[in-house]
Ligand binder design. Structure first.
Ligand code: ADP
Ligand code: MG
Length: 367
């Protein structure tokens, strides 16, 4: 089921009548979630992810704009009639019911032509439980399950009605690190098996990048960029997106373009043919550095951290916005830790420049 958002906007009125403090939680969203794909809504806390999800679900009514499921305009349709499955951060299971009763619950309330026989319901519940691999736990109560298992039950309960669209709001946030990894793989597998169009909300860029077919990066209710994770990482549209994606994060410097060259301090680090002279932010991905004693970019060496396959070189530079510069270099490169300075050449596709005022990317031809 394709999901399309058209000019979708949510404004929360001011709580205080005197002060005009209305919040534009979602500002004119236009994008399409292709049928059968998993899309990650990504952005810092408060950027409007949940509000977007709640409007898709029908739990919140848009201030303006429309939502389509396929060709159907569902904007005015109630949550029950949208054919969605919802999973929240806190598993919200019924504590007095067994796993099986929890999963069966949404089916028992079906009315009219959707009403199912007991056998049909059990078959569906067993299918959903197998899908999330909790079929051994059907007779337990939620209190007898781990957090990860509880979240699987919640997912099974969302899947049991065979929803047209599955909506997940930070579903892994309450799990510990290892379970979080495991459960996100599970969600990916279940989504691939069922091919249910899925919206996955998270503030964790690594989670979104690893699980999504497409990511939507959001900031203060405004969509910044939509694309495949790798595409967005390789081609960020502005400084915010460049900084939000990637661990370790991108290194950012005060720089300038002069005579078609990018300068950081006195170092002419890269050609930028055709770009007008101006002050810029220069972003360099940690993997964008080559150790090169004849390289143009000079930094003060702080320390070298061995990470096995790679080494992480920590250095400093007066023009750096962050207190340290982190570069990731293949461990086969030997770094002389006694030297005071380290010299780098830079990989052209790993360096970006941004307008100093509006922080938009300035494109230039990479040789
Ligand atoms: P996220 O899920 O990305 O953390 P939300 O969608 O929950 O963000 O919130 C977006 C913005 O809307 C925030 O500034 C939040 O304070 C505000 N907001 C959310 N729900 C309400 C509400 N019911 N009333 C007023 N403001 C709200
Ligand atoms: Mg939220």
């Amino acid at each position: 089921m394709k999901v399309e958002l058209q000019n979708l906007t949510k404004i929360f009125p001011s709580r205080n009548k005197k002060a005009n403090e209305e919040v534009v939680a979602v500002n004119n969203f236009n994008f399409t979630i292709p049928d059968g794909k998993l899309i990650g809504l990504l952005g810092p806390s408060g950027c409007g992810k949940s509000t977007t999800l709640y409007m898709i679900s029908g739990l919140q009514k848009p201030t303006s704009g429309k939502i389509f499921f396929g060709d159907d305009d569902v904007t005015e349709l109630s949550t029950e009639n949208r054919g969605i499955g919802l999973v929240f951060q806190n598993y919200a299971l019924y504590p007095h019911m067994t796993v099986k009763q929890n999963i069966l619950f949404p089916l028992q309330n079906l009315k009219g032509k959707d009403k199912m026989t007991k056998e049909e319901m059990l078959e569906r519940a067993n299918y959903a439980a197998k899908l999330v691999q909790i079929d051994e736990l059907m007779d337990r109560k939620p209190s007898e399950l781990s957090g990860g298992q509880q979240q699987r039950v919640a997912i099974a309960r969302a899947l049991v009605k065979m929803p047209r669209v599955l909506l997940l709001d930070e579903p892994l946030s309450n799990l510990d690190a290892r379970l979080r990894l495991q459960t996100r793989e599970e969600i990916r597998r279940i989504q691939r098996e069922t091919k249910i169009t899925t919206v996955f909300v998270t503030h964790d860029q690594e989670e979104a990048m690893s699980i999504s077919d497409l990511i939507v990066v959001m900031k203060l209710g405004v969509m910044q960029q939509i694309g495949e994770p790798q595409e967005v990482y390789d081609n960020p549209t502005n400084l915010f997106v460049a900084k939000f994606l990637g661990t370790p994060p991108i290194n950012v410097f005060n720089g300038r373009v002069h005579d078609g060259k990018i300068y950081i301090g006195e170092d002419a680090v890269m050609d930028a043919p055709g770009v007008q002279d101006q002050e810029v932010y220069v972003g360099i991905r940690p993997e964008g550095f080559n150790l090169d004693e004849n390289g143009p970019f000079h930094c003060k060496l702080s320390s070298v951290e061995v990470m096995g396959r790679d080494v992480s070189i920590v250095s400093t530079n007066e023009a750096s916005i962050n207190p340290i510069i982190r570069s990731i270099i293949n461990a086969e490169n030997k770094v002389d830790t006694n030297q005071e300075y380290v010299s780098y050449s830079l990989k052209p596709n790993k360096i970006f420049i941004f307008n100093k005022e509006n922080e938009e990317r300035i494109h230039f031809e990479v040789k």
